[in-house]
Design a protein around this ligand. Structure first.
Ligand SMILES: Cc1cc2nc3c(=O)[nH]c(=O)nc-3n(C[C@H](O)[C@H](O)[C@H](O)COP(=O)(O)OP(=O)(O)OC[C@H]3O[C@@H](n4cnc5c(N)ncnc54)[C@H](O)[C@@H]3O)c2cc1C
Length: 530
């Protein structure tokens, strides 16, 4: 993973000529005056951990699995939001952990947490490092140091219960490796977020991730039937049946807790049979409203495709939904729907029935071309961000969800807020995940960088968070809370809701060492009262 950008440097994507022209002529983008910092120019804080603590950590996981070198520290600094990348490009490594610790078992994680609590060392659980909400930035104030607890060594497929269609997997396994191992058993999770190449299964659970095929396979939290969690107070083992009426479901307290309550060390996950057939195709709708109505009908009355997304007019015109063709700039292209069907022999019939619904609601079939283009390039768009940043453009994404009846208001509120903050940015949107009761909206924003692009984006982000809350949307459908959405999340759940979370944290992590400042605010130095 590129330390200051996204993904495999060999896959870096140059900007197509029409996009460069559009940036220059329409958005007024100009090349930044200061070049990005090199790896060697990153400024790191002086490592704070005492030799005594380091030697205790080494005693627990082995000397080879505690790293305090610059390379490890830089590669575990923050996540992959645009502000994270801007800071790294500016050489700002101030949030780097003092050391990176790689435990090899649940027992080692428990021991590490006890040692860190005793020495008042903050712990940041680290999966794939792809958080885009500041979920990997610990508040350091009042602590004796910060360690990143990298779960990469916990990467086994532990067991397969083919009868129940449940597998046990360790949290540090990355999504592609998980799919490869499951494919050996004819199985799939069906979880394909855009961060698929790098994110881990533990990160998906901790941040309540949702993949691009969620209409068919469900969100990641739907897949979790059981969890083992290490906390500074001991082990939680949750989930012993597919459904249960035995009180509130404590799995839900851990899902979405983003490392603030404990470290997920094992996951029991529902799996599906790997599909034998896949069909992806495109449909054109005259407007976003007409396309939304068609998606709603499929989500409510079926048949529901495995993948179902709708791009608004701007996103369709730019070609973001067909990454192979970005920059084609097709005017009057309407709004593109991608419908994908995965399964076995039933796929063709499902597709046929869905086609009748889409055509009946005004959709024009575009055939498999756009669907295949989307499927082929589904992980490539993030690579363009680095080129855009280098060019002098800020590009960032944000997302929300709401009930169908409120979706148009939410859509307008986000767009209005971004225009009010940023002048005339390019704002693109797609409906990314659908449910019977509502859907999520995923926005991509491109704007010319001001003299202080970080402050420029942070101001816009604050305003758009407020606009989302005011318009009745949730502050996140799948990116999570981290630090960036903390205030808006508090507004969403209210003071009593925050008190409940504080109570849970105070019980599981009384010293407040786990991801301090992520999910809920806590006083400098930690201690959280139950
Ligand atoms: C280019 C790009 C595209 C993305 N696309 C999507 C998308 O389509 N859908 C989507 O849902 N998200 C997406 N994301 C966001 C991100 O990939 C998800 O939030 C993902 O779930 C994070 O997984 P990770 O393994 O990288 O976790 P990390 O980023 O390492 O961690 C995320 C949070 O969970 C905590 N954590 C990690 N592992 C554990 C554990 N084992 N126990 C306890 N806490 C833990 C961390 O402390 C942190 O707070 C995208 C991000 C990028 C950069």
């Amino acid at each position: 993973m590129l330390w200051s950008g996204w993904g495999d440097p060999a896959k870096a994507a140059a900007l197509p000529a029409p996009i460069r022209g559009l940036l220059r002529d329409m958005l007024g983008v100009r090349a930044p005056e200061t070049p990005a910092a090199s790896f060697g120019e990153v400024r790191l804080p002086v490592a704070a951990l005492s030799p005594l603590v380091l030697s205790e950590l080494r005693g627990i996981v082995g000397a080879d699995h505690v790293r305090a070198d610059d390379d490890a520290r830089i590669r575990h600094t923050r996540g992959k939001s645009t502000p994270d990348l801007m800071r790294m490009r500016a050489g700002d490594g101030s949030d780097a952990p003092d050391a990176v610790v790689l435990p090899g078992s649940h027992a080692e994680v428990l021991e590490l947490l006890r040692a860190c609590a005793a020495h008042r060392v903050a712990v940041v659980p680290f999966g794939g490092g792809t958080s885009v909400v500041g979920g990997l930035v610990a508040a350091r104030q009042g602590f004796a140091g910060v360690v990143a607890l990298d779960l990469a060594r916990l990467n086994r497929l532990v067991s397969v219960d083919a009868e129940s269609m449940v597998v046990e997997i360790e949290p540090g396994l990355r999504a592609p490796q998980a799919e490869r191992l499951l494919a050996g058993h004819g199985l799939t999770l069906g979880h394909f977020p855009q961060s698929f190449e790098y994110a881990t299964l533990g990160g998906f659970a901790a941040a309540r991730s949702s993949g691009q095929a969620s209409a068919g396979y469900g969100r990641f939290d739907d897949m979790v039937v059981g969890l083992t969690v290490a906390t500074p107070r001991g082990t939680l083992d949750l989930g012993r049946a597919p459904k249960s009426a035995a009180g509130p479901d404590l799995r839900q307290v851990i899902l979405g807790s983003e490392g603030a309550f404990g470290v997920i060390t094992s996951l029991r996950l529902r799996v599906r049979r790997a599909p034998a057939e896949r069909i992806y195709e495109g449909w054109r709708f005259a407007s976003f409203a007409a396309g939304s109505a068609a998606l709603r009908r499929l989500a409510q009355d079926g048949p529901l495709p495995t993948v179902l997304r709708l791009s608004d007019e701007t996103e369709t015109m730019i070609g973001l939904a067909r990454p192979g063709e970005i920059g084609g700039l097709v005017a009057d292209a309407g709004c593109l729907v991608i419908a994908g069907f995965e399964g076995s022999s039933e796929v063709a019939a499902l597709r046929e029935r869905a086609a009748m619904v889409l055509a009946g609601l005004g959709g024009v079939p575009l055939g498999p071309g756009p669907g295949e283009s989307w499927a082929h390039g589904r992980y490539s768009a993030p690579y363009l961000r680095d080129s855009l940043l280098a060019e002098g453009a800020t590009v960032e994404t944000l997302e929300t969800a709401g009930f169908w009846s409120n979706l148009p208001r939410l859509y307008d509120a986000v767009r209005l807020s971004l225009h009010a903050s940023l002048g005339s940015p390019l704002v693109m949107c797609h409906v990314s995940h659908v449910y019977g009761t509502g859907a999520s909206l995923y926005f991509t924003v491109v704007t010319a960088q001001s003299g202080d692009p970080l402050a420029q984006w942070e101001g816009a982000k604050r305003s758009v968070n407020e606009a989302i809350v005011a318009a009745g949307g949730t502050i996140s459908h799948h990116h999570g809370v981290g630090r960036d959405h903390r205030e808006a999340y508090a507004a969403e759940i209210g003071d009593l809701g925050v008190e409940i979370l504080r109570g849970v944290k105070g019980r599981l992590d009384p010293e407040g060492i786990l991801n301090p400042g992520v999910l809920i605010a806590q006083p400098p130095g930690g201690r959280v009262d139950a």
